[in-house]
Design a protein around this ligand. Structure first.
Ligand SMILES: [Zn+2]
Length: 618
């Protein structure tokens, strides 16, 4: 079920458990509130009801957008990971109930979508650019894989196999020479291949990837790049167009390259992702700066106040980074995952688990609105967290990420065990040679940079424990049973004959630091941001009392961290002018002040506020 090759072997939910701290709290909220919140809204808006016979036979109206089926599938995926994390018979029954409902809407020939092909509905596959039929199928496949991995129930897997068989018939070598406007079927098919061993699913994924970029989709004002259909995958140099589409496709391409042994394709997509990180990614790890088409813009077009940075794009980027890391062993991709986790995923969901951001601005100039808790929002470009959006892809996406988060903590390679993310976690797994190994990790991370690891199971003979050293962690130290060990490069590598009770302490420097942008990012030239460990900080003004646009920061004085991070600066009271351009900039009265900063993931949790990440310097 795991990738058939790669430098790293991922661990399952039963091998790594997050037991406390920052992420355990969020997993608990996800379990307690977010999953039910999603279900309640999907019931209320009729998205689950679309699968019932009344809609199927045309006696009731189908509700929601053409991709709403996928939200039900993602929710089932999230619930499935959750029952794998923590056994819950009630939730298990709910999944079985939803599975029966989904199965009931499947056509004789395996086709499954509630918006097409039934009495009074549009024909199947009449609008591949916008219809989202294969996109929804892809999410169903992923949900079935999650269910198969976390239960003995193969009901959903059987539905998914029939869907995949239908897709192979319809779009196979002798079928429609076409792709879906929204990639997602590609990773779904490869993941289903891994579970079932069915070669035709892998072949079909290869066919979809080979067809992409040949402009088989119709012309559109957003251009073929919107669908990643402008250039063949093997010829593209960077991710472009709709961010989530591009990233889901990239995830599927990595999966395909791994399973087919195509290293050239693997390095091609790695280079595309690396260039995207270098030129088209926000400090938070967020991707996508164009609101109009939810898309990547040109290199270095990364305006803070127009950051789109959709939650789903963050999660999709984690999917790509994780796959690339497993395939190549490059630890730096875990840095990318960490950045997105703490600054996009942790930011997305409200403290109550029942509201969420769709887009993630890095600069809120006007006070965020107060939104009612029971009204679906239509616009999703920014503003406060909302209980629901007409397009609510991000909620279930975050839920499935949080429920499966422990699997991103560590992996096994030929030498031993590698720890990629720091959290309170218990690891119990087998090394590549079959020897059992156990670790207990305890830390106050990310508030505290000390990570304590105790060996809880070990068998005789040497093996390597590798601990990621984040790129920002210069000066980190490590000890094994009190003895210092070298800590340089992208990971600490400890090779020895470990014994139960051995204790490793990693100390990562967590003092806040200024971060400066590449000068080609014109929108934030002359600004600094402050980061602390993996966490991006921001200035927030609850109630708007402090005019954040008047701030100028003294970047010559290090940020202070006495009971909360502050930076020295001034508020400059700028004069009103009839025209905002002149031969010299305005000069106002300056008042010195210490500006308190908070983690970006904490913003907009205490009522209407303004906020900025990038701070102009004096
Ligand atoms: Zn989304």
């Amino acid at each position: 079920m795991v990738p058939s090759r790669g430098v790293l072997r991922p661990l399952g939910l039963s091998e790594v458990r997050i037991t406390g701290g920052f992420w355990a709290q969020r997993q608990a909220t996800n379990s307690r509130a977010t999953l039910d919140h999603g279900r309640e809204w999907m019931d209320k808006l009729g998205w689950t009801g679309n699968f019932t016979a009344e809609v199927g036979q045309g006696s009731a109206e189908r509700r929601g957008r053409e991709f709403s089926d996928s939200e039900v599938y993602k929710l089932v995926e999230a619930m499935s990971w959750e029952t794998g994390r923590l056994a819950d018979p009630t939730r298990d029954n709910e999944i079985a109930e939803l599975t029966a409902m989904i199965a009931g809407a499947q056509a004789e020939d395996g086709y499954l979508h509630t918006a097409y092909g039934r009495p009074g509905q549009r024909a199947r596959y009449g609008d591949l650019a916008w219809g989202h039929e294969l996109y929804c199928a892809g999410h169903l496949l992923q949900a079935s894989v999650a269910r198969a991995r976390t239960s003995g129930d193969d009901a959903l897997l059987n539905v998914a196999r029939r869907v995949a068989d239908h897709v192979c018939e319809e779009f196979g070598p002798a079928g429609r020479d076409a792709v879906c406007g929204h990639p997602e079927i590609e990773p779904g098919l490869v993941e289903l291949f891994r579970v079932t061993g069915e070669q035709r699913y892998l072949d079909q994924a290869a066919l979809f990837v080979a067809r992409r970029g040949r402009r088989t989709l119709p012309r559109h004002e957003f251009g073929w790049s919107y669908f990643s259909d402008d250039i063949p995958v093997r010829e593209a140099k960077v991710l472009r167009g709709h961010a989530v589409r591009a990233l889901y496709l990239a995830a599927g391409v990595v999966d395909l390259a791994v399973e087919t042994g195509d290293d050239e394709l693997l390095e091609t997509v790695a280079a595309q992702f690396d260039r995207t990180l270098a030129r088209r990614t926000y400090l938070t790890g967020g991707m996508g700066s164009r609101h109009l088409d939810e898309a990547f813009s040109d290199d270095f077009v990364l305006p803070a106040d127009r950051a789109y940075s959709e939650t789903c794009a963050g999660i999709a980027a984690i999917m790509v980074a994780w796959r690339l890391m497993l395939a190549t062993g490059r630890e730096r991709y875990a840095d990318v995952i960490e950045r997105i986790l703490y600054n996009v995923v942790a930011t997305a969901i409200g403290d109550d688990g029942r509201s969420f951001f769709y887009a993630h601005t890095l600069h809120q100039r006007s006070l965020t609105a107060v939104l009612p808790g029971d009204v679906e929002q239509l616009g999703f470009g920014g503003g406060p967290r909302a209980p629901w959006f007409e397009v609510s892809c991000c909620l279930a996406n975050t839920a499935r990420m949080l429920a499966s988060l422990s699997t991103y903590v560590a992996s096994v390679d030929d030498e031993g065990l590698r720890v990629h993310q720091y959290a309170d976690a218990d690891i119990d797994t087998a090394l590549a040679d079959g020897r059992r190994v156990g670790l207990r990790m305890r830390t106050g991370y990310p508030d505290d940079g000390t990570v304590g690891i105790e060996v809880t199971a070990a068998e005789p003979g040497p093996w390597t424990l590798a601990l990621r050293l984040p790129a920002w962690a210069a000066g980190a130290t490590v000890t094994v049973n009190g003895e210092p060990a070298p800590a340089t490069g992208d990971r600490v590598v400890l090779r020895r004959d470990f014994a139960v009770g051995d204790r490793i302490v990693l100390a990562l420097p967590m003092r806040p630091r200024f971060t400066r942008p590449d000068p080609r990012i014109d929108a934030v030239r002359g600004c600094v941001a402050v980061e602390q460990g993996p966490v991006v900080l921001c200035a927030e003004s609850v109630g708007g009392e402090l005019d954040l646009d008047s701030l100028r920061v003294d970047a010559g004085t290090d940020p202070a961290a006495d009971g909360g991070v502050t930076v020295r600066g001034v508020a400059e009271e700028l004069p009103e002018r009839p025209w905002p351009y002149a031969d010299a900039g305005p000069v106002g009265r300056r008042t010195a002040l210490d500006v308190p900063l908070v983690p970006y993931h904490r913003w907009a949790r205490s009522g209407p506020s303004t906020m900025r990440v990038w701070l102009p310097t004096t």
